[in-house]
Design a protein around this ligand. Structure first.
Ligand code: BDR
Ligand code: CA
Length: 308
């Protein structure tokens, strides 16, 4: 008998690697995608919502897309057009969407779906954590109703926006720290693992050659990230790593540890502070994902894309 699918919400800011993550998530047989929530991050909320609508249409899904926060909880927005282009999708030119965004706000949808799923809901969070921060601040009982959050964000070592902070956590450190303190089971796929979860240029070309519009789209949003300074072997699949972790943890290795987010430091804003390389052991609150079986990961990505 087949296992019950995992009900998930994908909270995202598409975004090139968010788009790759969505393409994969909708063909993971393990996942039942209840909805997409969007947030200000790589580009503005208006653009991430528009992109989520056109990407889900390219996938052929009528899943609901619920817009969330148009700015971090307490700070000015920070965007990444130098990575994702002014429109968030490198001007790739997907058709305008037919469908409209949901009238539900992201945090209301998260709460209602958590209630509806009776403790089984998981969230895959691959953008700044503002929507979850707002949802937790507004609903005292929410934390106890979410089974797990798989986060793409942070790093035990290093950063990409600053020497010590990763983009998603840097953008809204207060929201991220609220999530860290929530008591919800958390799995953190930070740069430690996502820089190892890469596809080579040849592997991306192989997926593109599958010839479906979805494989073309996957290639277009992924190939531009090849051979950057910290991942000379190929293109790191940051957000897809969180999706694949949610679907099949056996590809990854993780370690229980304590994690909090620096919110007050002048040069350490958004650093995820852990005790995993420290003698000062504290009470663990996260599973920190540190390694991936790269060959199996790449094979699984291809196998999923072959389902289009
Ligand atoms: C993360 O930042 C964003 O630019 C990507 O979409 C990913 O979620 C990587 O640091
Ligand atoms: Ca993202």
């Amino acid at each position: 008998m087949s296992e019950k699918k995992i009900p998930v919400i994908i909270d995202c800011d598409p975004g090139c690697d968010d788009t790759a993550a969505l393409l994969l998530a909708f063909r993971c047989p393990e996942l039942d995608i209840r909805g997409i929530t969007t947030v200000s991050g790589n580009v503005s909320l208006e653009k991430t919502t528009y992109n989520a609508l056109r990407v889900t249409e390219a996938i052929g899904s009528d899943v609901r897309v619920c817009p969330g926060a148009d700015r971090p909880m307490f700070r000015e927005p920070v965007y990444a057009p130098h990575v994702h282009g002014e429109d968030g999708l490198l001007g790739i030119g997907l058709p305008a969407p037919q469908k409209k965004a949901s009238f539900y706000k992201a945090w209301d949808f998260i709460y209602e779906e958590a209630v509806a799923q009776k403790g089984e809901l998981q969230i895959i969070a691959v953008g700044p954590l503002t929507n979850l921060g707002i949802a937790l601040a507004a609903n005292q009982d929410l934390a106890g109703m979410i089974k797990r959050i798989v986060i793409m964000g942070g790093a035990a070592a290093g950063g990409n926006v600053t020497p010590c902070a990763e983009f998603n956590i840097y953008v809204d450190p207060e929201a991220a720290d609220l999530v860290m303190r929530s008591g919800i089971p958390l799995c953190v796929c930070g740069l430690d693992v996502t820089l190892k979860a890469y596809l080579t240029a040849e592997e991306i070309a192989g997926i593109k050659a599958l010839g479906t519009p979805q494989a073309e789209l996957f290639g277009a949003v992924t190939e531009q990230n090849c051979e950057k300074i910290f991942c000379p072997e190929g293109a790191p699949l940051h957000d897809p790593a969180a999706v694949l972790f949610a679907a099949d943890e056996s590809l990854f290795t993780s370690q229980r540890c304590w994690m909090r987010v620096e919110t007050t430091g002048s040069i350490t804003r958004g650093k995820t502070v852990t005790d995993c390389y420290s003698d000062a052991q504290k009470e663990a609150n996260v599973d920190l994902v540190l390694d991936v079986d790269r060959e199996r990961f790449a094979a699984k990505v291809r196998e999923i894309m072959e389902r289009y």
